[in-house]
Design a binder for this molecule. Sequence first.
Ligand code: FAD
Length: 458
Amino acid sequence: MTYDLVVLGSGPGGYAAAFRAADLGLKVAMVERHQAIGGVCLNVGCIPSKALLHIAGKIRMVDEPAHGVAFNQPTIDLDAIRKHRQTTVDTLTGNLALMAKGRNVDVIHGEGEFDSTTSITVKQGDSETKLNFKNAIIAVGSRAIRLPFIPYDDPRILDATSALQLNNIPKHLLILGGGIIGLEMATVYQSLGSEITVAELGDQIMTGADKDLVRVFEQANKDRMTFLTKTQVTDIQAFPETLAVSLKDKGGERTLNVDSVLVAVGRSPNGRKAGVPEIGVNIDERGFVLTDNQGRTSVPNIFAIGDVTHGPMLAHKAAHQGHIAAEVIAGHKVDFEPLAIPSIAYTFPEVAWVGLTETEAKQQGLVVKTAAFPWTASGRAIASGVTQGKTKLIYDEETERVLGAGIVGSHAGELLGELTLAIEFGATLEDVALTIHAHPSLHETVGLAAEVGVGSIT
Ligand code: FAD
């Protein structure tokens, strides 16, 4: 049998593509080397990290101003926390398997490798299955970047996957890399009792976000974490009692002794694997598969989506690309051309941004203005004791079109949806200001920020 489509990889990109293609009437197989489908995101990424952040939020309620209500110190049952994480993952991956079955998508387990532009061989143990296809989608994702000087064999060295296991709560945890993944795990471990030091090579943590938003996050966490920016980790020596971490900054070199290190320095694409280059698919020097706007690679019947392609390594970007590629294969004329891909750090407070940041706008020489509303002036934020927040809009000075937005504060990620839509619809600042926002609400700060910009705040 020849499949209309074989999807290699079952992450958010792969399953979104497989399901959409099946819904459009194509005969589809999806290949996954792990037993559970869902990829990094469902199994060892977005979902388990959010399950743990939920628990971290509960623990932090102890320290937050409760205005007349005092909580006792929490008792922490790590087994029960791990169970919540795993039940969440299992529920979602189980649902995905049912959805694949319901759509007659054949899920083939094993390591897939292209042997030509029309066939993939899937190996599991001693058995081999050859799948012939008219079209294929490469959705093989990415893997954590490894640094040469790290003693990875030492169990005290963690990556995001092992950190999510919560095998041990170290007394002092160094997070190597101040990106979203590192800071989310920092938030989890800090809540569970670890002392946290974050070492970041760049001049700010959360490099994608504007500095003024990040500053609010840093301020809110200054008593909980130590942030070392412009700091390079040059070596880690493993001793029985300690991990001796060599740090280099403008003051020189020093050693920091910690109990564990989480390496979260980014991810690299899997484009060089699975026989992809061998069948003539073009990849760049970093291992990204090159595609056009429809996801088509240099081999016309082979597409690529998700982390293995350029752009932000985010689940919703992968899923959107998956839908586009499936529709193109089904004969539709569609392109992947989003104006706005939201990014959210699910930290406390959350930091969320979409579209152009102020920094990017300036780098691109665009003439923009910003309008911001501080949460210290929001009725809902004051009543809820969550005034550490800010809502900022970035807009074109001439047309007043909203080009980007950033929010830091409680539920910032949820508040960003309206602004993602505003950017995609080409809304102006006035459109946002004239939209009635419920009072008192945190999303009201979006309307109030727009009112600041149009000069009509009352
Ligand atoms: P993946 O999810 O990586 O899936 C690829 C799949 O292909 C894997 O299951 C892999 O086993 C399989 N595969 C690879 N090669 C083969 C082969 N040869 N044969 C068979 N199978 C193969 N993103 C967000 O948007 N929001 C978040 O909150 C978020 N949190 C994250 C937290 C952590 C700790 C991490 C690590 C990542 C997080 N991400 C988050 C990123 C997100 O997980 C990825 O962007 C997303 O999973 C990419 O989807 P994908 O389909 O491209 O690939």
